[in-house]
Design a binder for this molecule. Structure first.
Ligand code: 16G
Length: 265
């Protein structure tokens, strides 16, 4: 049975579940059951509509929703394809992009968009706990996974503390590796925020996404063991390629007390 007929088999027009949701779930089930690999074309809107007797508009809604969730992608004029599984970004460890990609068997890469010396803006100065106008190293990199752009990372570091960063070719080196091995810094802990965002024109072009595509925006300040800020980073990750993972445990009474303390500080 072809995939379009397999989808039709799973549809029950008398069920209370909305039809577009049925098509969506059936599509996922068929991709899974038939082992349709990433980058293989799925049946077209018209084929699914003909096989199921469901309107093209409803089928389109199901496909659109799967594209937004990063399960499918379209190539204009070519069709709709199965997307690669998302990369998992763990939130409980202070790791670098290079380490995270390598752990998942992906080849990390970087394209330097900008590497410059500039005076600290009031915001960066506050984040790095330095005086405004202190010379900083600004590094904007497009991060690649197996050659595909997946994130834009912009980092600011003090040049007074790390002179010489401007001379390093960050298309070839990991920032954390340089900090650890050349400046003998211990990256001890970090505070990180994650927010939803959308791609403006520049980000969309760099990340090869349509304008307004959903993104995950991160902001991180990483500290040394003496609580001195080392880097301030703002990054935008493609939300169709990443999902965040955290492991949670129950809050015991002692932990509960500590947690309360942290939040009320
Ligand atoms: C991660 C960090 C970033 C750090 C970079 C170093 C987030 C959101 N950001 O991507 O703060 O600067 O790794 O990567 O996770 P590198 O050592 O591979 O250059």
């Amino acid at each position: 049975m072809g995939p379009a007929s397999a989808i039709a088999e799973l549809i029950d027009k008398n069920a209370a579940k909305p039809l577009y949701l049925q098509v969506k779930d059936a599509l996922l089930q068929v991709i899974d059951a038939k082992g349709i690999p990433p980058h293989r074309r799925i049946p077209s809107e018209r084929e699914i509509s003909e096989a199921t007797g469901i309107s093209r508009m409803t089928v389109r809604q199901a496909i659109r929703s799967l594209i937004l969730e990063g399960r499918l992608y379209t190539v204009p004029g070519k069709g709709t394809f199965v997307a690669e599984p998302k990369i998992e970004q763990r939130l409980q460890h202070l790791t670098s992009f290079t380490e995270e990609m390598t752990r998942q068997g992906l080849r990390p890469g970087s394209q330097v968009v900008e590497a410059a010396r500039l005076p600290a803006s009031p915001h960066c100065a506050r984040m790095l706990q330095v005086e405004p106008d202190t010379p900083l190293f600004y590094l904007a990199r497009l991060r690649l996974a197996n050659g595909t752009p997946v994130a834009l990372e912009r980092a600011w570091l003090s040049l007074e503390r790390f002179p010489g960063l401007v001379e390093i070719d960050f298309s070839q080196r990991s920032l954390y590796d340089v900090l650890r091995n050349e400046y003998h810094v211990s990256l001890d802990h970090a505070v990180q925020f994650v927010e939803a965002a959308i791609a403006d024109e520049t980000l969309a072009a760099l990340l090869q996404l349509p304008r307004n595509a959903p993104l995950l925006a991160f902001e991180r300040v990483t500290y040394d063991p003496d609580d001195r800020p080392i880097e301030f980073v703002q990054s935008a990750y493609r939300s169709d390629r990443f999902r965040l993972s955290v492991s949670l445990d129950t809050l015991s009474e002692t932990k509960n007390a500590v947690q309360r303390l942290v939040f009320t500080r």
